[in-house]
Design a protein around this ligand. Structure first.
Ligand code: ADP
Ligand code: MG
Length: 241
């Protein structure tokens, strides 16, 4: 579903992503972990070209993302869901309107968009809050609306960049539960950046550890967290013990 080859991104003289290779199979959930500044967000953001890579190849379901024109990119972005740390909901719109917005902008009728939005809100347990404005919702509930907004497009690939990082500790769990359900039913291929070790242990098919723009270790959770070979892996192992 996703094949990243020799991906490189520099900011000035800083090499944020350094010749990175990563393949993710259809239906797989891969968790990326690593210290702050190691290039996780840059990697995620080059996939749908929120950041333009300097070199390398990004194949999504066989389509070379780096070669797409604007029309092609718009089409592919509809197939790729993106959930980030900040929910970026529109405050004057209700939950269901926030979820509908992208669908309507994409040319769908209001009726069809409404039905899809309610279905997506149901998947994240937020259907009863459909008329609430973001200001009337907790952070966790807002992020679930953010997830519904991505799900409404029925994406084949979902990119998550620290989706629980800006939540109060008490609200993290409800979002992780939704993510775990999505991973379990393999509705989409998932690439997740998170610092939530318990989530990675229980939900990831594979864990990828990054350091200084490159992958230093990858494997199933029991391998990476129990018999790590990298410096970063050893640090996570110590955290778990
Ligand atoms: P992570 O998500 O793992 O914390 P990032 O991918 O955000 O790391 O950043 C990787 C490196 O690139 C960091 O050193 C960061 O400071 C730098 N960086 C990220 N975005 C920019 C930018 N727009 N301009 C300059 N440097 C950047
Ligand atoms: Mg980041």
């Amino acid at each position: 579903m996703l094949n990243i080859r020799h991906l490189t991104k520099k900011f000035g003289s800083l090499v944020a992503v350094d010749n990175l290779n990563l393949a993710v199979a259809k239906g797989e959930t891969v968790v990326i972990m690593g210290p702050s500044g190691c290039g996780k967000s840059t990697t995620i953001r080059t996939i749908n070209r929120l950041i333009e890579p300097d070199a390398g190849s990004v194949l999504v379901d066989g389509v070379e993302m780096t070669q797409l024109d604007d029309t092609g990119l718009r089409h592919m972005r509809k197939r790729i869901g993106y959930v980030f740390q900040q929910f970026n909901l529109i405050n004057r719109l209700s939950a269901v309107e926030n979820v509908m917005l992208g669908l309507v902008m994409g040319g769908q009728s209001k009726e069809a968009a409404y039905d899809k939005a309610v279905a997506a809100l149901t998947k994240v347990g937020m259907e009863q809050f459909r008329e609430h404005k973001p200001g009337q919702l907790s952070g966790g509930q807002q992020q679930r609306v953010g997830i519904a907004r991505a799900l409404a497009f029925e994406p084949e690939l979902m990119l998550w960049d620290e989706p629980t990082a800006s939540l109060d500790p008490m609200l993290v769990r409800e979002v992780l539960v939704v993510m775990e359900e999505l991973a379990k039913y393999r509705a989409a291929t998932m690439l997740v950046v998170t610092h939530e070790i318990a989530f990675a242990l229980h939900v990831a098919d594979r864990i990828v550890l990054m350091e200084k723009g490159t992958i230093v270790e990858a494997g199933v959770p029991s391998q990476v967290f129990v018999n790590p070979v990298s410096h970063v892996g050893c640090q996570y192992k110590e955290l778990i013990e």
